[in-house]
Design a protein around this ligand. Structure first.
Ligand code: PEP
Ligand code: MG
Length: 853
């Protein structure tokens, strides 16, 4: 253990000095890298975390010796250097060493205006940040000699002592105040909120001032060589130069362009040689630091200094482009490029987004259920959404919650917002499938359809036709039309995805119900379809009515007639899916319609159904009442419907087999996967399997064609997970439906949880919404038990998950660890899942190296 007295007070940053990011902070380490690549960094000294901690305890360094590094008349800055720049730190203090004598000397060499400005700024910073005086007393834009005198007088009056003139004392006080500020409770809480450990250290760097003042070209600025929003190569930044007054006193600071510009003078024209050197520094940083850096520089009487460099701040799209460019230029490995991108950020590329640089007026906050953003006019019903689409006006559909009757509206809406619901509610699942931005569970807004008004939490009344922006990425609605960024499915995105696919060691399939979904899945490189929810194939208007007729059929005969109409529709659907997927696996789930989602609720819906069935409205209403369940999600769903009304599954199995024969003729070897939903007992599987096997035999005989298929079980009740050993005897695969499994494990309604989930997460009852991030402790244990028991009974069994968790990085990590074969998620989440899985496969050795700059 080192004794405190052995600790070095400070270290000059030279190429060989012992500077480490975890002892001196990111800024100190980065400055050393700049020194090593020969950039003209002014002389700099680093104080370690330990040294700064001792300062906070009152054990001061030898400031005289420290200042001696900077010569006889030091003028220095002190800046914070924490391990991660995002953790913040105390404000930098510049121009330490300014005093009356230095001011007088500078008046002669650089003119009174510049000297006054320097001295005044130092007095202000010292008074506010070090002496902790009231900022109002020192705020002044007047840089006259009188203003300097007034500031000195105000300081003396407030502290009852003159402004310190000794640079050593000034430096000691600056160091002390910065060290103490870092250790204060507020600063500690702020940085812990940004992920800093409780005991995160602060380093400090003391640097020779390069003033940016002088007789020749002088000024200061920052420059970067890529656009932080788009990632395109483009020089941006700012430069504050001096206008060329005839005498020193009249020199004024003036904002100039960096690059040649018709609107005014530019550094590039005034100092082409210096400008070219800055560009070279950018290249040197990129090549040696393996990063796009923003360089802070000054020009002091024609001499260029680099004060600091930080990683260019960047949007998700810019991050992808930069990482791919660096890999293409051979500066970083492809694996490193993959490791640098946050999987969640990829979904920002797939959709339009609200421009982060624009103004946003938030009027509603809910659960971010489907990413992307859209601008449109408010509509409060499906019919209004369709009318709006017919007029060519994008609309945002707002509903209390959605049902299949809203599907037509959801298809044409630019965005969907609901008062109720959580991550796996009807609106959320459908919107994610469609790639439409969606916010659910906006419990503090009230939709009053009768009066055609939406009342927000702050009492604002919005009407149909009002323009709003829906931000499904952040779960917000914004007033008016926000500034937007278009999707960025560009060459950089595709390159990154190609590299991810090569690295990935777990399958990524898509939940796709329609040809459009399947095409999206293919476009994003899915390995197949992991879940086709066949009931969703009946959401289209003409089909919904047939679906209703089937549900409402009075007996087997009536139902048989409806099923005959459904058969060719389903066969056609499956042929299309098989064709689009070109031999990739397609897993078709037999009907699992929670009946409440399919019962018409509106008067208009009931009337349409009455027309279709040729029955009076009163009869239909009575039938709806008879079919209503107290708890429909635990009612006549899934395999229970399949066993109670077996003709439905018979029709679907026939449609799958006939489609298999047809599509296989086109050349792709198709082995369909058929999945039984909501199983809780082995006998359910036996009953369904027996019928399906005999149907397969019948179709083979009728058509004179052979085919293979695989029958599997969806594990989404706790009992199915516990009895997976029995069930696996009749199943080629088990796919865990984690939406229902979460619902049933917690006893938490997936449609209603949104109402209190925010408050539960805020109060730490749940670390995360379990419908969003897999609960690895509880639901995860059921997954592990199910997987182990299933594998024990049938070692070759294929294991997967197909709930919404399939697209979440932490859940994928769990599935990889548990040895699952694939995950399946909404098509638009496939790229996110792919990147997350690739990063997991590449392992911890490839933790991104950035973040230090
Ligand atoms: C599930 O329950 O996880 C699932 C995928 O099925 P659904 O969301 O259709 O109930
Ligand atoms: Mg389910």
């Amino acid at each position: 253990m080192r004794k405190l007295t052995d600790i070095v007070d400070f270290t000059e940053i030279t190429p060989d000095a012992a500077i480490a990011a975890d002892r001196h902070g990111g800024r100190a380490k980065c400055l050393q890298r700049l020194v090593r690549i020969d950039l003209p960094v002014p002389r700099t000294v680093a104080l370690s975390f330990e040294a700064v901690h001792r300062i906070a305890l009152g054990q001061m360094p030898d400031a005289e010796a420290l200042l001696a590094v900077f010569g006889a008349a030091p003028l220095v800055s002190v800046r914070p250097s924490s391990a991660d720049p995002d953790w913040g730190g105390p404000a930098s203090i510049l121009n330490i060493g300014m005093n009356d004598a230095r001011h007088a000397a500078l008046c002669k060499t650089h003119g009174a205006a510049a000297a006054n400005a320097l001295y005044l700024r130092f007095i202000q910073a010292y008074a506010i940040h070090v002496a902790r005086l009231d900022p109002d007393l020192f705020e002044s834009e007047d840089y006259s000699a009188e203003a300097v005198a007034a500031a000195l007088a105000a300081y003396a009056e407030e502290t009852e002592e003159p402004f310190p003139q000794d640079p050593v004392r000034q430096l000691l006080e600056v160091l002390r105040s910065m060290a103490r500020a870092w250790e204060g409770t507020t600063a500690r809480l702020l940085r812990q909120a940004k992920g800093a450990p409780a005991e995160a250290g602060l380093g400090l760097v003391v640097q020779q001032m390069a003033l940016g003042l002088g007789p020749e070209e002088s000024g200061s600025g920052v420059i970067q060589f890529v656009d932080g929003v788009t990632g395109q190569r483009r020089i941006t930044g700012r430069y504050l130069g001096q206008s060329q007054g005839r005498d020193a006193v009249s020199r004024q600071k003036q904002a100039l362009f960096l690059t040649r510009d018709p609107r005014g003078p530019a550094l590039e024209d005034r100092c082409p040689e210096l400008f070219a050197r800055l560009k070279r520094y950018g290249d040197t940083c990129r090549i040696n630091l393996c990063e796009e850096m923003q360089i802070e520089f000054t020009i002091e009487a024609g001499r260029l200094w680099v004060l600091d460099a930080v990683r260019v701040q960047r949007s998700a799209r810019s991050a992808v482009r930069i990482a791919v460019m660096l890999a293409d230029e051979g500066i970083i490995a492809r694996e490193e490029a993959l490791a640098r991108i946050e999987p969640r950020a990829v979904s920002e590329l797939l959709h339009s987004q609200v421009d982060p640089t624009g103004r946003r007026q938030v009027i509603a906050q809910g659960i971010a259920a489907s990413p992307g953003a859209a601008v449109g006019r408010l509509v409060f019903g499906s019919a209004a959404a369709q009318a709006s689409a017919a007029r060519g006006e994008p609309c945002i559909l707002v509903r209390r919650e959605t049902t299949p009757e809203d599907i037509r509206g959801m298809h044409v809406a630019a965005g969907v917002m609901t008062e109720r619901g959580g991550m796996t509610s009807h609106a959320a699942v459908i919107a994610r499938g469609l790639g439409v931005p969606c916010v659910v569970g906006v419990s503090d807004m009230r939709l009053n359809r009768r009066d055609g008004v939406l009342i927000t939490a702050d009492g604002r009344k919005l009407h149909e036709g009002d323009i709003v922006t829906l931000d499904g990425t952040n779960g917000q609605a914004l007033l008016g039309e926000a500034k937007m960024l278009p999707p960025a499915l560009d060459d950089a995105f595709h390159a990154l995805m190609g590299w991810a696919e090569a690295a990935c060691d777990i399958g990524i399939r898509a939940n796709a119900d329609t040809p459009a979904d399947a095409e999206t899945a293919r476009r994003f490189g899915a390995d197949g379809i992991g879940l086709c929810r066949t009931e969703h194939m009946f959401f289209e208007h003409d089909r919904l009515t047939v679906m209703h007729e089937m549900i409402f059929a009075a007996g087997p005969e009536d139902r048989g007639t409806v099923l005959e109409r459904l058969l060719p529709m389903q066969r056609g659907d499956f042929i299309r899916l098989f064709e689009i997927m070109q031999g990739l696996p397609v897993c078709i789930r037999l009907f699992d319609p929670p009946l409440h989602e399919f019962l018409p609720q509106s008067r208009e819906g009931i009337r349409e159904l009455a027309e279709a069935l040729g029955l009076p409205v009163s009869d239909v209403t009575r039938r709806i009442q008879a079919l209503s369940e107290f708890n429909p999600m635990l009612g006549m769903r899934g395999v229970r419907l399949g066993i109670a009304v077996p003709e439905i599954y018979d029709m679907q199995a026939r449609a799958i087999f006939e489609a298999t024969i047809e599509a296989s003729r086109k050349g792709w070897p198709i082995v369909p996967e058929i999945m039984i939903p909501l199983v809780s007992a082995m006998r359910e599987v036996e009953l369904v399997k027996t019928r399906i096997d005999s149907l397969a035999a019948a179709v083979r005989t009728e058509r004179g064609a052979d085919f293979a298929y695989r029958l599997g079980v969806m594990v989404e009740t706790p009992r199915a997970a516990l009895r997976a050993g029995d069930i696996a005897q009749h199943a080629a695969f088990l796919s865990f439906g984690t939406n229902d499994l979460t619902q049933m494990t917690y006893g938490l309604s997936r449609d209603d949880a949104g109402r209190f989930m925010g408050s539960y997460v805020k109060q730490g009852v749940f670390a995360e919404d379990p419908f969003h991030v897999l609960d690895t402790e509880g639901v995860g244990e059921l997954l592990s038990i199910g997987a182990d028991r299933g594998r024990l009974a049938r070692p070759e069994i294929v294991l997967s998950i197909c709930g919404e968790h399939g697209g979440n990085a932490d859940s994928i990590a769990f599935c990889r660890e548990a040895g699952f074969d694939y995950v399946s998620c909404s098509p638009f989440r496939v790229p996110v899942a792919r990147l997350a899985a690739a990063q997991l496969a590449l392992g911890a050795s490839l933790r991104p190296k950035h973040g230090r700059y």
